[in-house]
Structures are given as C-alpha cells and as structure tokens.
Design a protein around this ligand. Structure first.
Ligand code: FE2
Ligand code: FE2
Length: 165
C-alpha cells in the first residue's frame, strides 16, 4: 500500500472509519512494529491490502478490512518484552482478540482472522480463506516494511551511478 492510499477508497473508509477513530486503535501509532513503521501504519497496510485482495476474490472483504486493522491490537514492544518468538506468536493474537472485543462486536470470520494470523509460526490453522489472506499479507508487509529503506538506498546508489556516465 502506498502511504495513505486507503484514504482515497470511500468504501474502505466507510467500513473501518469508526475503528480508525477509536482511541485504542490510535494508540497503535505509539508502538514501533518493524524498525521503520508504527504498528498503526502496519495494521492499516495489512487491512487495506487484504481488503483489496478479498474484494477481488468475492470474499468477506468487510471482515478482512476490520479484522486486518485489529489483528495486532496489543500494547507491548514485542522486540523488548521478555518473550521468545514462539511465545509472542502464540500470545499476541489472543491479546489482540481480547482488546478488539472490547471496542467492537466481531463476527466468527473476524475472530478467526485475528486469532490465526500467525499461522505458519503457530499450529492453529485458519478456518476461512479470509484468514489465510490476512496471514499472508501480514508476512508480506513485515518483509516490505523492513526492506523499504534499503530499497531507497539502492535506488539512490543506482541513480548516482547512472549520473556518472
Ligand atoms: Fe501479529
Ligand atoms: Fe501484523
């Protein structure tokens, strides 16, 4: 997702507008996710990209958009809290689900999306295709958010080399 691209999609805004304004969701902006992004930026990217894929595939894109936004609704720094990776992968979807249920009513698909988004690192298999999409987009975004600054650096170097000729 390009920065703030979601703001131009009125249906998306209509689906998640209430959640984005929610103070609990806004608190995600105070946490770093992957070196170069906040947890709110990461959650929006996962939500919006998954929403677009689900819409194309004629799936429950509303559930994907909402649960995608809430999938990491936890408030500790996973890089410094004393968890090994396996424990964090197991624990945080449960914490996120509990926090999400405090601010909205979740459908069975939405619950499954949040709970199973670490599929691959945890054994819990997704029940719905919607959950698989969010889990895959989550992995993709993690890599992209980590790599982006390197890409910019490489691009700059290439431009510099091109300018030498
Ligand atoms: Fe997560
Ligand atoms: Fe995530």
């Amino acid at each position: 997702m390009r920065k703030d691209e979601w703001k131009n999609d009125s249906e998306y805004v209509q689906i998640v507008g209430d959640l984005i304004k929610n103070p609990t969701v806004q608190k995600l902006a105070n946490y770093k996710q992957h070196h170069h992004s906040t947890r709110l930026e990461h959650s929006l990217a996962v939500s919006f990209d998954s929403y677009r894929i689900a819409k194309k595939r004629d799936l429950d894109y509303r559930a994907v958009a909402r649960a995608g936004l809430l999938h990491d609704l936890f408030f500790y720094d996973w890089r410094t809290t004393k968890f090994d990776l396996g424990s964090h992968a197991f624990v945080h979807p449960r914490v996120a689900l509990r926090n999400a249920e405090k601010i909205t009513t979740l459908s069975p698909v939405e619950k499954d999306i949040i709970l199973k988004h670490m599929w691959g690192l945890t054994l819990a298999r997704p029940k719905y295709e919607e959950s698989v999409i969010v889990s895959l987009v989550d992995d993709y975004e993690a890599v992209r958010e980590f790599m982006n600054p390197f890409r910019t650096k490489v691009k700059k170097q290439l431009n510099r080399i091109a300018a030498i000729k």
